[in-house]
Design a protein around this ligand. Structure first.
Ligand code: NAD
Length: 260
């Protein structure tokens, strides 16, 4: 028996590395999916790739930080599938890196909008549907940067701390009503977002950065996107029926240790 048979799940940032790897796993586990992304071209390619495996997939090009777009992706899901059982709220961006003392105010506001407002809006417009149905599960994507400072990334870091706060608050509000809200805190994962950060952080670029950041984890390597997706799938499924309000490190032990 698959873990998510007949469940309807929305994945935001669904054309990106973690989002799409997760979507593939959710489809493998029997879920019907709405993929949401601001990058329409990549979204169409990824949705077609998934549909070719036999999965039921709706694709919605949308800006997850815009209220009307979030209402639209929820409505499109209800129209296509008639219900909503899960949301993996995952869209995000790294933003420019600079010390806090130099950080551009407009860039700070932009990152708050994309990484944090989008998470609030996802909760705001999916929760009423799930509460009305009497059940559902939400998994937000936070980060190990939710638990530690990250020099040069004040905006990104603040948003990822905020994602944990939104998660715990929604979990506190609705745990007794059959809706569970959790988040994952990925460590360093090989994705375009990571590489965009590494070229800003390391003179030797992506290769030097991946080597250096691999040492952050006890396992001496960075993660592949599917390693995050497997945990998201579990948290969205009924197998995680008593897991609520938690922030799951999927980080190869990075938060568990002080490397020296
Ligand atoms: N890669 C890592 O090491 C790492 C670590 C911790 C957390 N994360 C988080 O994982 C999530 C996914 O990132 P990824 O690493 O797969 O990067 P990615 O760049 O491959 O995917 C991000 C996706 O989000 C989409 N997106 C960006 N802004 C959007 C918006 N306003 N509306 C809709 N879609 C939007 C992008 O088009 C892209 O497809 C992000 O929230 C990121 O912060 C990544």
């Amino acid at each position: 028996m698959t873990m998510l048979a007949d469940k309807v799940v929305i994945v935001t940032g669904g054309a990106g590395a973690i989002g799409f790897a997760t979507a593939r796993i959710l489809a493998r586990e029997g879920a019907q999916l709405t993929l949401v992304d601001i990058n329409g071209e990549a979204l169409r390619v990824k949705a077609a790739e998934l549909a070719a495996t036999g999965a039921q997939v709706e694709a919605v090009e949308a800006d997850c930080s815009a209220e009307a777009d979030v209402r639209r992706y929820v409505d499109a899901t209800l129209k296509r599938f008639g219900r909503l059982d899960g949301l993996h709220s995952n869209a995000g961006t790294e933003g420019k890196l600079a010390p806090t003392a130099d950080y551009e105010v407009e860039e700070f506001d932009r990152i708050i909008r994309i990484n944090l407002r989008s998470m609030f809006l996802g909760l705001r417009f999916s929760l009423p549907v799930m509460l009305g149905q009497g059940g559902g599960a939400i998994v937000n994507t936070a980060s190990i940067a939710s638990e530690r400072g990250l020099a040069g990334a004040c905006a990104y870091n603040a948003t990822k701390h905020g994602v944990v706060g939104l998660t715990r608050t929604a979990a506190s509000e609705h745990g007794g009503q059959g809706v569970r809200v959790n988040c994952v805190m990925p460590g360093v994962v090989e994705t375009p977002l990571l590489n965009a950060m590494l070229v800003q952080m390391f003179p030797g670029g992506v290769e030097e950065g991946q080597r250096a950041l691999g040492k952050v984890a006890t396992m001496n390597r960075i993660a592949q996107p599917a390693e995050i997706g497997e945990v998201v799938a579990f948290l969205l499924s009924d197998r995680a029926s008593f897991v609520n309000g938690s922030a799951w490190g999927v980080d190869g032990g990075a938060l568990a240790t002080i490397r020296h």
